[in-house]
Write a protein that binds this ligand. Structure first.
Ligand code: NAD
Ligand code: IPM
Ligand code: MN
Length: 349
């Protein structure tokens, strides 16, 4: 089996370096390749995602990405920005379902800015549609108007099959969990929201009526997530709402530096694993980033792409042990640096 590491920018290389150390210990036979990606690839090759890297990604057992972006590339044309490379990678690998588990480790129940009694025992799975919606819809762009103004356009668009395939993933996951799906959209104002609700409802009736389905408007869901997050089991939502709700859910677990993700596509095709946080320009280069979201993303790769669920369990347990022993990076209220936090996980392994 092989793993393609794409460190990317900012704290990306700092956290993926720790994934490499963990992988070398846990899976010594895993063949690890590394390529520049995002801003680093733009600087080296003139494009945030080279054809060679995309081909390699599609041929790998799994791909693990650190983070991309940063102020250095903020002025680049849209299609050459680091974030455009990430969207092209997701689309190119056809990983349409993004699993973002918000799990509050018992040792971190006091690390969140929310009260212990609200977040203790939290275990939510956000299923975010990842290759459609307003991130990819056409037309898009900024045009000049005759009167001297400009006009910016984004298009939110979904088809029946795009909604169905990601919904299937959510319903299947719920069956192995607490058997409940909360589907979030804005059917009260958006056409895509109306279609989303219609398609999810019909699919549920046809194939998943044993799962409890609830519909919730996405703005209410954002509020319910901080009011009573444990009401949720699986949250099913579109690309943009999923982006927002998962950052919000991350803070319930203690820090954005804790949330991993797995993006999966058709059975048998490689998954794309990435922490949900960004390149964190404000702390990049200081060696203080929390590597746990990246390390837990590797655990998800072991489970979902590398056919090693028992190693995924062991790694997750090691993270939990390290936290129980008091290991904390700065974002969790502690003083450990990135490498020292990974050391604590390795010691627990
Ligand atoms: P961000 O996630 O990079 O940072 C938000 C805040 O969380 C910052 O204060 C940062 O220091 C903190 N943080 C994030 N990860 C952390 C970690 N592992 N340990 C400790 N603290 C952490 O979001 P942003 O600042 O809005 O975006 C910065 C850049 O990253 C932008 O260019 C954006 O497009 C990009 N971005 C990339 C990804 C990705 O590659 N998947 C995700 C989100 C944002
Ligand atoms: C994420 C990020 C990305 C997104 C950006 C960097 C393209 O915020 O993975 O959550 O919006 O999907
Ligand atoms: Mn995001």
């Amino acid at each position: 089996m092989s793993l393609l590491l794409l460190p990317g920018d900012g704290i990306g290389p700092e956290v993926t370096a720790e994934v490499r150390r963990v992988a070398e210990r846990l899976t010594p036979d895993l063949v690890i390749e590394e390529r520049p990606f995002g801003g680093a690839s733009f600087d080296a090759l003139g494009t945030p995602l080279s054809d060679e890297t995309l081909s390699l990604a599609k041929a790998s057992g799994a791909v693990l990405m650190g983070a991309v972006g940063g102020p250095k590339w903020a002025g680049a044309p849209r299609h050459l920005r680091p974030e455009a490379g990430l969207l092209a990678l997701r689309a190119g690998m056809a990983v349409f379902a993004n699993l973002r588990p918000a799990l509050c480790f018992p040792a971190l129940a006091d690390a969140s800015t929310l009260k212990r009694e609200v977040v203790e025992g939290l275990d939510i799975m956000i299923v975010r549609e990842l290759t459609g919606g307003v991130y990819f819809g056409q037309p898009r762009g900024i045009e000049a108007l005759a009167d001297g103004q400009k006009r910016g356009v984004d298009t939110q668009v979904y088809t029946t099959s795009e909604i169905e395939r990601v919904s299937r993933v959510a319903f299947d996951l719920a069956r192995g969990r607490r058997n409940k799906v909360t589907s979030c959209e804005k059917s009260n104002v958006m056409e895509t929201g109306l279609l989303w609700r219609e398609v999810v409802t019909a699919l549920h009736a046809r194939q998943f009526s044993d799962v409890r389905l609830e519909h919730m408007l996405a703005d209410n869901a954002a509020m319910q997530l901080v009011k009573n997050p444990r009401q949720f089991d699986v949250i099913l939502t579109d690309n943009l709402f999923g982006d927002l709700l998962s950052d919000e859910a991350a803070q319930l677990t203690g820090s954005l530096g804790m949330l991993p993700s797995a993006a999966i596509g058709a059975a048998g095709s490689p998954g794309l694993y990435e922490p949900i946080h960004g390149s964190a320009p404000d702390i990049a280069g200081q060696g203080v980033a929390n590597p746990l979201a990246a390390i837990l993303s590797f655990a998800m790769a072991l489970r979902w792409s590398l056919a090693a669920p028992e190693l995924a369990d062991r790694l997750t347990a090691a993270v939990e042990t390290a936290l129980t022993r008091g290991a904390r990076t700065r974002d969790l209220g502690g003083t450990l640096g990135t490498a020292a936090m990974a050391d604590a996980v390795l010691a627990a392994l």
